[in-house]
Design a protein around this ligand. Structure first.
Ligand code: 8X3
Length: 250
């Protein structure tokens, strides 16, 4: 039970916990002995998952100040914050970009991280051994055609993480960025606005990561001894050697 270092288990908040990497991370951290609190907009889903894994849940929209405030008001402490909520919308070139999509991507990916981290930092510092984890992306390292809005958001997230790491130096809070490549989740379904066939083609002929693979990396980072900070981890499928360098069979 690595989540438990003193008498009570360490408390981990996971955003975007209704599916994919967030759900897998909540499940894994509960197995590791953390007390988990799940946040997401889809209240029923997180309620069901929380009761299955022995955690609790509260509706959370990271783009909404009042929602973040209400979510955080349910916590009397916090040791680990996993900023997972985010995602991409669209794959259009810049010349056809819908800036409303860009605005939404910035609001969830960048401002969502800022809202949650700002709200929970006092509790993370007070815990004496806090940890902020941010789920970024290979898109934070490599721009690709059609990715500009998402690339810009994830590059932005990476900048925020780098700043946080320096600002928190000397205080008992670790900062980790986990940057996955292709993971089979609802990511592509959301990116392609519900077009399931187009979404499934993204992973055709290759073996993507699973949400559990990424949860494994997050679990590794948050279960190191307190003096060890995993700054950044890029994790790709064996079939992927870069944002758009993918080996496909057949
Ligand atoms: C990972 C997905 O393909 O946009 O976030 O880099 S991708």
């Amino acid at each position: 039970m690595t989540g438990s270092r003193s008498s009570r288990p360490r408390l981990a908040v996971i955003t975007g916990a209704s599916s994919g990497i967030g759900a897998a991370t909540a499940t894994r951290l509960a197995q590791e002995g953390f007390e988990v609190v799940l946040g997401a907009r889809r209240a029923e889903r997180i309620e069901r998952l929380a009761s299955r894994i022995g955690g609790r849940s509260h509706p959370l929209d990271v783009t909404d100040d009042a929602s973040v405030e209400a979510f955080c008001a349910t916590l009397d402490r916090c040791d680990v914050l996993v900023n997972n909520a985010g995602g991409a919308i669209g794959l259009e070139p810049v010349e056809e970009a819908d800036l409303a999509d860009w605005q939404q991507m910035f609001d969830t990916n960048v401002l969502g991280v800022a809202r949650m981290t700002r709200a929970l930092l006092p509790a993370l510092v007070a815990s004496g051994d806090g940890h902020v984890v941010v789920v970024g992306s290979i898109a934070a390292h490599e721009p690709y055609p059609g990715g500009a809005g998402y690339n810009a958001a994830k590059f932005g997230v990476r900048a925020v993480v780098g700043v946080l790491r320096q600002e928190l130096l000397g205080r008992p809070v670790r900062v980790t960025e986990i940057d996955p490549g292709m993971v089979e989740t609802e990511f592509s379904l959301v990116r392609f606005r519900g077009d399931a066939e187009r979404a499934s083609r993204v992973y055709e002929g290759m073996t993507p990561l699973t949400p559990e693979d990424v949860a494994d990396c997050i679990a590794f980072a948050v279960t190191r001894p307190s003096h060890v900070n995993i700054d950044q981890m890029i994790v790709l499928a064996r079939d992927q050697a870069g944002a758009r360098t993918v080996h496909r069979r057949g």
